[in-house]
Ligand binder design. Structure first.
Ligand code: DON
Length: 561
């Protein structure tokens, strides 16, 4: 009888899961779409496409519009990474990550006893890396842009001058950083005002800076009046960035990390981001398991993902850094025999302990705030870009004269190998500070092909959790049959080797499941943050229409036509 009931019930559940109703689709459009953290930015990007611009023109517009509408993470004082896939299938990526200033030293955040000086790498002028965003957008426009730069900049300048309406979430974000704004800046700043929901923030100084950049080009920011004002401002506030630092900054075209998972081809960011390599390692480690049958966020699925994540983040910590400064054994790290060996001691019976996992042995023959946007244009080009100031409003240092916040990206270096940074990531020697070096990132802008055609554009903020959030979003669509919007909405978890714990979004996972995991030796925590990641993605549906997935954990919005 018991057996009979179980059979009936499991048949019912199997039937129910096979006939899973599509409960939620995001915005559907026919031709083109931009999904970003703010409606204004998505609209400005989409309007550029409507005018006949391509995804690269729209990238420039969206990136700048986020600097105006979403200064929490959107920026011209930070940097980022962009992965593209052109309509003809050609792929590539751009590194416009910040760099350490020429006067930076390995021990610049340590006191005389070699202890970390609290907040020096996170708050104020010493935390700033040389910004890369303006170099990035001009590199993109020069290579692929079709509209004149004036046509792209003007709507953004208008947005700065006419103002941005404060949302409820934004009012909370600004309010939450008031103490830091006061601590870091000599005077009150525009964002020290008591901004309330529906107020309008007008940024005429930023509008003027953008106008000068529009008129004089990239060099305005790196060699012109803006460069002089910026380096003077940073030094007046105790920083070390000079005019020479700005003048020497270059964005860099790199080769993306490309790998296969089932029938998908995944194109993601290469170092100095760890995103692509870690995503590839994790996906290759989990590929032999039948996730589809285990089901979404079930015990077995969580175990497999956690164990693969643990092993990959241990490698991240040891091997990954700026490839212009260290040799990264990418081929070995992605080798299938190596990855199989890494998972060899995994068992469903018991959690592996992170203390027993170190980076894998490789024989080398010598040798929480970011924002992501996804774009597909009417010609079939796709852009996936993640950009950041690192922390919320970066270093909190705001240059009132120029109208923007400066990043605190220097914290992504390992200030002291073995000591965690603000995301709890333990860095190794390879990611130590050196002049002109780029700090290791987790940003994972990603594009996916299926049957040689564009399938998905995806990415997210979230510090250390970026890689595992992108991973879960891809699996949600590919393994668990979700729509783009469902895949974005679904509850998320994360493991990063150290600390040895599974972070879960609070109140989203079943208590019995948590108990089962604990029983197997996993430590579960929900304390870090109310959300993990904020994904913005676009899925190409079978009929070639586009579905946007805009994360309602934020104000994110899809706009298209
Ligand atoms: O590059 C990185 O990995 C970090 N600077 C990203 C920071 C971030 O995502 C913060 N957002 N929550």
């Amino acid at each position: 009888m018991k057996y009979f009931l179980i059979t009936i019930l499991s048949t019912f559940f199997l039937f129910a899961s096979c006939n899973k109703k599509i409960t939620k689709r995001g915005l559907i459009t026919k031709h083109a779409m931009v999904v970003s953290a703010r409606e204004e930015a998505s609209k400005i990007g989409s309007d550029i496409l409507k005018k006949g611009g391509n995804a690269f023109d729209a990238m420039v517009a969206t990136e700048l519009a986020l600097a105006v509408a979403y200064p929490y993470a959107g920026n011209i004082g930070g940097g980022g990474f962009m992965v593209y896939r052109k309509h003809d299938g050609k792929t590539g990526c751009l590194d416009y990550r910040e760099k350490a200033p020429l006067q930076a030293t390995k021990s610049m955040y340590l006191d005389k006893d070699h202890n970390i000086i609290p907040e020096k790498s996170t708050l104020g002028a010493m935390a700033i890396g040389i910004p890369g965003t303006i170099a990035g957008i001009f590199a993109v426009h020069e290579k692929f842009g079709t509209l004149p730069i004036q046509e792209i900049f003007q709507p953004v300048i208008d947005l700065a001058n006419n103002g941005v309406v404060v949302t409820e979430k934004q009012a909370k974000q600004i309010y939450s950083k008031q103490a830091d704004f006061l601590k870091v800046n000599k005077d009150t700043i525009l964002f020290s005002n008591e901004w309330k929901i529906n107020d309008t923030i007008i940024q005429t100084n930023l509008g003027r800076t953008l106008t000068r950049i529009m008129q004089n080009g990239r060099d305005e920011f790196y060699k012109g009046e803006t460069a002089k004002t910026l380096s003077r401002f940073i030094q007046d506030n105790g920083g070390i960035i000079t005019e020479e630092d700005l003048a020497k900054y270059e964005a860099k075209w790199r080769n993306p990390i490309i790998f296969e998972y089932d029938d998908l081809k995944i194109i993601s960011m290469s170092p100095p981001s760890s995103g692509g390599i870690c995503l590839a390692q994790i996906m290759k480690m989990i590929e032999p398991f039948d996730l589809h049958n285990y089901g979404h966020n079930t015990l077995k699925t969580i175990q497999i993902l956690t164990e693969a994540e643990r092993r990959s983040y241990a490698d991240r910590s040891f091997y990954l850094a700026d490839p212009d400064f260290v040799n990264i054994p990418s081929i070995e790290l992605l080798d299938s025999t190596y990855l199989k060996k890494r998972m060899a001691n995994f068992s469903f019976e018991k959690a592996t302990r992170s203390s027993e996992v170190s980076h894998g042995k490789i024989e080398i023959v010598e040798s929480n705030e970011t924002t992501h946007y996804s774009i597909i244009d009417q010609f079939g080009n796709a852009v996936s870009a993640t950009t950041t100031l690192n922390g919320a409003y970066g270093s909190k240092l705001y240059c009132s004269e120029l109208g923007f916040f400066l990043n605190n990206e220097m914290d992504d270096f390992s200030s002291k190998p073995g000591v965690p940074n603000m995301f709890g990531l333990i860095g190794g020697e390879s990611n130590s500070i050196a002049p002109g070096k780029r700090m290791l990132s987790s940003m994972t802008p990603t594009i996916i092909e299926k049957n040689d055609a564009l399938f998905m554009v995806v990415g997210t903020p979230g510090g250390a959790t970026i890689i595992t959030t992108v991973l879960q979003t891809i699996l949600n669509v590919h393994e668990f049959g979700m729509t783009m919007q469902e895949a974005v909405n679904a509850p998320r978890f994360h493991h990063q080797w150290l600390p040895d714990e599974i972070r879960m979004e609070p109140n989203t996972f079943n208590i019995h499941l948590i108990k089962e995991l604990e029983h197997l030796g996993y430590e579960i925590t929900t304390k870090h943050s109310p959300v993990i990641g904020k994904v913005d993605g676009i899925l190409v549906l079978d009929d070639k229409t586009l579905e946007g997935g805009a994360d309602n954990r934020g104000d994110d919005t899809a706009v298209g036509f």
